[in-house]
Ligand binder design. Sequence first.
Ligand code: 26W
Length: 807
Amino acid sequence: MSVEGVSASLTKHLIYSSSKNLPNATTRDWFQAAAHVVRDRLVERWMATMQRYYEHDSKRIYYLSLEFLVGRTLSNAMLNLGLDAQLKTALYELGQQYEKVAEIESDAALGNGGLGRLAACFLDSMATLDLPCYGYGIRYEYGMFRQSIENGEQVEHPDNWLRYGNPWEFPRPELLYPVKFYGRVVEYRHEDGSLHHHWVETDDVMAMAYDTPVPGFGGKTVNNMRLWSAKSSRDFDLRYFNQGNYIQAVADKNDSENLSKVLYPDDSTEVGRELRLKQQYFFVSASLQDMLFRYKKHADGWAMLPEKIAVQLNDTHPSIAVAELMRLLVDVHKLSWDEAWGLTTQIFSYTNHTLMPEALETWPVAFFERLLPRHLQIIFEINYRFMQQVMHQFPGDGELLRRLSLIDETNGRRVRMSHLAIVGSHTVNGVAALHTELMKRTIFADFERITPGKIVNMTNGVTPRRWLNQANPGLAALIGTRIGNGWITDLDQLKELRKLADEDDFQTQFRAVKHENKVRLAQLIRSQLCIEVNPASLFDIQIKRIHEYKRQLLNVLHVITLYNRIRAGADGMPRTVIIAGKAAPGYAMAKCIIRLINDVADIVNNDQRVGNQLKLVFIPNYDVSNAERIVPAADLSEQISTAGTEASGTGNMKLALNGALTIGTLDGANVEMREEVGSDNFFLFGLTTEGVEELSRQGYDPMRYYHASAELKQALDMISGGYFCSDEPARYQPIVDALLHQGDKYFLLADYEAYVACQDTVSALYQDQKEWTRRAILNVAGMGKFSSDRTIKEYAERIWHVEPVTD
Ligand code: 26W
């Protein structure tokens, strides 16, 4: 593709896709044109890839996820296809600045946080590795809410991301599957005596497919992400309606189409609303019908199903798939239970992403019975047989049965979706070594006992295409001049940077790139928030969902401590503390934390005595595109969750890959990151998982720490005394209560002193720019393991048993 070719293509699309001419084209029109130019190149390879898979009749991986947090596509697709130079030049010659054009694109924010972004990184890696994979999910009309800050508080706004159309999706109105809800089950006996089930008088919704191409790096393989949208099935009934019912019937259409309207913005707490289970079943049922249809194009019987299909369940959200596949095989395709179960348990595998008990999904039996009556019967049957098996394996242990049952009987009967996912899967995985060990030792210990070896570890990773090559072009180019560009698809090559860590020239250039990235972020902060930050200060960054276990409050306590020291006349290393993240709309404490951050920022940033020494900035609306701006500018990465609570973390990997040093606990993937970069190049502090357990056993008393540390006491007293909210002094009483009087569930006070001391060593080291830079380079060099390519290769080999398809 030459510049001239791209240029001609751009003007053609401006006219024929947007009906605009050069003089009256807006930036958005140019974006549409650019997207169409890139899309044309994608489509050819996409169709060729699908053809290849069909001809090979290869085993397919189906990644079932309620979330795909993709972000923008133009830059990513352009870079993966190798069109960047041509497109940028062509736009420039047509009087357009590429960066402005690219910024117009809305994020596809079809996810909450880590789990959703991991799914997007995985799609990128699977395409890059030429693996025949399909992402299946929901085409939410409204993605993750947009966050604004008003009077310091989070305000949620709907994310109408499709308002200007989505150039990357291809609607498939002909690809439509019915999905049933409610109704009742009729049993009948066949003349041969066998028992059959009919699910009747159901309320049906249609699932319509929208396909989005997913290009791998180099552009050979372009995979498919298929998202389902709910369409009314009532169109078909309309002709039977008289005039009066017609209006009502059309109004009712909305009701079923509401199913795919909006993403649930809850991360880490289970909400248990009917619509949520409906969404889960809706996309699972459509996806399974689609898979079986594709399988049937080649196969006669069902025996080969596990050789052709691997289904990964992204957390328990799609775990109803286990019961649905059983229903399809037994009720619709008339297989025996044993045959169907044998196939089902060879097809599914399940990833757990959290140990937090409040995030583990359970559904009331009564409510399941109403919405999915046949599935409840199937779950009972699965459970009955499972209980029999456990009973034979461990006779006389009623407690074990009670704990393992798919039905929790403790307070009202509830279906445990994680147990359904485990029993229906051949393999279960955690997302970091520590997390997997804790799964085996705590929440799933009984499963580890009855089926040892079923739970394995697959440490998370991130895609180097988006998180280094695309987000940090300066660093990517610098690395390229020294070790070439092989790292883009083989991240282990970054270890070649180790030998450059002490080199003056390389250090100087590395620092210059970081400085430029900080200047860019400072500009963004100035233009969005009217706060001046000094790019020479230490950029100390915590970006993630707001949650008590992630301990943004511990960070705030440190900021207040620094503030107090400055007021007392100390002068330390200038710092800019940047926090960003969204709170679940129903999570009052998380929202309160956001407000405290903003209130503290207001006092600190406007105190004359502080000047340039300390700034606190809350960047609103943290999303993938903001992350791409913030991550490359970080000096210090805050990964300070209570040991044993963060399953893995993936932001930690993105930040270190971009040359930030980590201050962190021995939690999640931090443990493995520290091993890879070397313990000297990682700021470790705080209790270990065992330390936390030990302290709990002894009886943890946060008050002891409050009285033992003058600085901690001062900071907490300021919060409770209304220092940061004199207009409403009691505003932060809930926070102080949680920490001092309700047991400080996440051990902030226990870790405070170690954290502050560790931050002091951070400040001291930052004075020595040479040593800091050396360690930053060693961090980049040590990140090879954390490419999602490595993670996906492990899944492909150990769980899916699939091979690349290239010709
Ligand atoms: C049902 C409500 C709900 C929604 C989402 C419960 C739990 C979740 C997710 C499991 C939350 C999540 O995103 N977990 C994160 O997954 C990442 C990818 O594996 C990990 O890196 C993070 O540590 C983990 O918090």
